[in-house]
Each structure stands twice: as C-alpha cells, then as structure tokens.
Write a protein that binds this ligand. Structure first.
Ligand code: ATR
Length: 279
C-alpha cells in the first residue's frame, strides 16, 4: 500500500484518517493512512524515521506546520507565502511542501457561493484574524481571483503586516482593527473567521454593518455543535448563508490526496458521510 500519515501533537482527535480512507476506498486504491503523535521536540527526526520506514507523504497539523515548511527543499506558492505546510511529499530527491488549507477553503467557498450564482472572483473577502490560519489562505485567495481583501485583527499591526504581504503578491488588501467602521466596497462580501476566538467560545466584536453586505459567513472551525461565531452571525443577519469549516477540512484533504496519488476523490460524497458522523 501507499503509506501516508498525519503528524500532530495532539493527534488523537484527527479526522484525516477517516477522510483519506474514504477517498481510497472510493477509488479502489491501496492506501494505509495512520495518525502519528510526533514529539514536540525534534520534528525533523520524526520525519526522517518515517521516510526511512517507507512513508510516502504526510499531512501536518498543529504545532508542526512551520517546522514542516522548513524541512522542505521545494514548496508551493501557498506554503511559501504562509511559511507553513500541511502536506509533505517524500521522494528520493527530497521533500516537497504544499499548503492545501487555502485551496480547500476556496473550493468550499466557491461551492457555497454557487447558491448566489457567484464565485470568489466576484467578491471581497473580509478575513477575521491574522495568525497562521489566516495567512495560510492568502495565496489561494489571490489564485482564485478575489477582488479585494480586508483583514481585521485584535492586534492591529499584525493585520496591517499581513495585508502588506498580500499586496506584494498582487492582492489588493487592507488591514485594520475590529473597531473599524464597515466600508462598503460595492462587492458581495464573504466573511471568513480565521481567528481562534471560537476555541474559547468568543466572537470578534465588530461593526455589525460588516455583515450587511455579506452573502456568506464562514467559520474555519467545526465541531458537533454550531460555533459561537455562527450563532452570532445568524442573529445579526438571518438572511446570510452560514457555514462551519468541515468542508474546508474535507477539501484540503482531497487536494492532498490528489498530490500524493494523482487521483481525484469525490470529496462531496465524503463530506456528506462526515456530516453523518464518519470518523
Ligand atoms: P491560528 O493558527 O489558529 O491562526 P495563531 O497563529 O495563534 O493561531 O493566531 C490566532 C489568531 O486568532 C490571531 O489572529 C489572534 O489575534 P491576535 O493576533 O490579536 O492574537 C486571534 N484571536 C485569538 N483569540 C482571540 C479573541 N478572543 N478575539 C479575537 N481574536 C482572537
């Protein structure tokens, strides 16, 4: 079998094995995909041992995405922008690093925007947060033709710095704090929550007018229950399409699976199975 792993610490909660096993069984491919709890120190040693044992590729999650990028000799534009990788390919020539989180997010956003006959190329994205989860998506926003990007963050200088870096790759972007009054761009707005506030059940407090021009609000978080952000948005603008991040999880996995196998799984089918409780 093709041997793949997901590396993280902690890792027991990861849904990636269930997703990738579903992809493999759909396509009749022989794939062995396991969770590996990597020690916090010595990530490169863990990777070296896995390569020596014949593992062909890895997904990487918290807290190793930066370390994974640093190991690689070659990388995608998205991994380079974020200086972080969630997908590694091992070959005799070396290590290739990709970051499929952004592509997975954009695929899910475009899928949901279809309900309004829109795509990201018609839209402004309002990104909440300016940490690792946010920067992992910027290159993909550019690749998907996002018209304009506004980044709001609790720590304002981080939003400004990330916006400056987005401008440098050709994506018109501005960064500001959550207290900034909503600015109408005339474009349909997609609000993406990439802050980790939801982890504590908190929601970034901002001018509710930001939600008024919005067509879709998306939380990168997912869980058994509706997130605090989703509940908040539903109160502020009941007409809005609201989504959790489970689709992003499945679509980033599908992109990684394609990189490793060259085959395209039916990710929507797997997403439906995940919603029913697979994994
Ligand atoms: P991740 O990989 O999840 O992005 P991170 O790089 O630590 O983790 O970034 C966390 C993000 O969530 C940051 O944008 C952080 O804001 P600061 O830059 O001001 O720290 C944001 N965040 C965390 N808790 C938050 C809260 N309670 N309210 C608003 N933003 C919050």
């Amino acid at each position: 079998p093709l041997r793949l792993v997901v590396l993280g610490n902690p890792i027991a909660h990861s849904k990636s094995p269930a997703i990738h096993r579903d992809f493999a069984s759909q396509l009749g491919l022989s794939v062995q995909y396991e969770r590996v709890l990597a020690p916090l120190q010595g990530f490169d040693g863990t990777v070296r041992a896995l390569r020596a044992a014949g593992v062909a590729g890895a997904n990487v999650t918290v807290p190793f995405k930066q370390a994974a990028f640093e190991l690689a000799g070659q990388y995608s534009e998205g991994a380079q922008f974020a200086e972080a990788a969630n997908t590694l390919v091992f070959s005799p020539e070396g290590i290739y690093a990709d970051n499929t989180d952004g592509g997975g997010l954009c695929r899910d956003l475009n899928r949901q925007l279809q309900a309004h006959q829109l795509s990201l190329a018609d839209c402004e994205v309002l990104l909440l947060g300016a940490g690792g989860a946010a920067s992992g998506c910027i290159a993909a926003f550019k690749q998907h033709g996002v018209q304009a990007l506004t980044i709001l963050n609790r720590t304002v200088h981080k939003a400004e710095a990330l916006a400056l870096r987005a401008n440098r790759i050709g994506l018109p972007a501005t960064g500001a704090g959550f207290d900034t009054k909503a600015i109408a761009t005339g474009l349909p707005r997609v609000v993406v929550n990439a802050s980790s506030a939801s982890l504590n059940g908190e929601v970034p407090v901002m001018d509710v007018a930001w939600y008024r021009d919005a067509v879709l609000a998306y939380d990168m978080m997912y869980g058994a229950e509706t997130t605090a952000f989703m509940k908040h948005v539903a109160r502020v603008n009941p007409a809005l399409l609201i989504s959790d991040g489970l689709g992003m999880l499945v679509f980033q996995a599908a992109l990684a699976f394609e990189i490793w196998t060259g085959r395209t799984p039916d990710a929507l089918m797997t997403l439906a199975r995940m919603r029913e409780g697979l994994g």
